[in-house]
Ligand binder design. Sequence first.
Ligand SMILES: Nc1ncnc2c1ncn2[C@@H]1O[C@H](COP(=O)(O)OP(=O)(O)OP(=O)(O)O)[C@@H](O)[C@H]1O
Length: 139
Amino acid sequence: MSTNKTFTMIKPDAVLDGNSGAILKMIEAAGFRVIALKKTQLTPERAGEFYAVHKDRPFYNDLCTYMSSGPIVPIILEKENAVADFRTLIGATNPANAEDGTIRKLFAKSIEANAIHGSDSDENAEIEGSFFFAHTEQF
Ligand SMILES: Nc1ncnc2c1ncn2[C@@H]1O[C@H](COP(=O)(O)OP(=O)(O)OP(=O)(O)O)[C@@H](O)[C@H]1O
């Protein structure tokens, strides 16, 4: 059964460019409610843990370097059909393929520095949210 929650993370390129506020505004305007939010920075090792599923991909090392290169804003969100609706809101992984009006179309710079992450399943949303927030931090 759906948990109605998803996990997102505004990535270093978007945070450093001062786009966190504009991105959060789009997220809330689309009907998502913020359950937990903070600003933090990953070490390369923690970035490697977060993206462990990609450890055999050729872009893994560059991805970990990039994801630990600056601040990020991890967020837990709530909405009906949250995981699927959020993937629609952010658009395709590669901004060259992202649909008009999506967050990545507006803010992503490249397939790597693509502004934002969105969980791809209810199970991963739970795992990824717990990676950054203890249950007591959520409300
Ligand atoms: N070919 C690639 N070259 C460089 N970086 C890539 C490439 N493919 C994916 N990435 C990076 O790895 C992240 C995870 O890749 P994945 O295939 O899970 O995409 P996604 O599900 O759209 O993105 P995310 O998991 O961040 O929401 C991407 O968001 C992107 O930052």
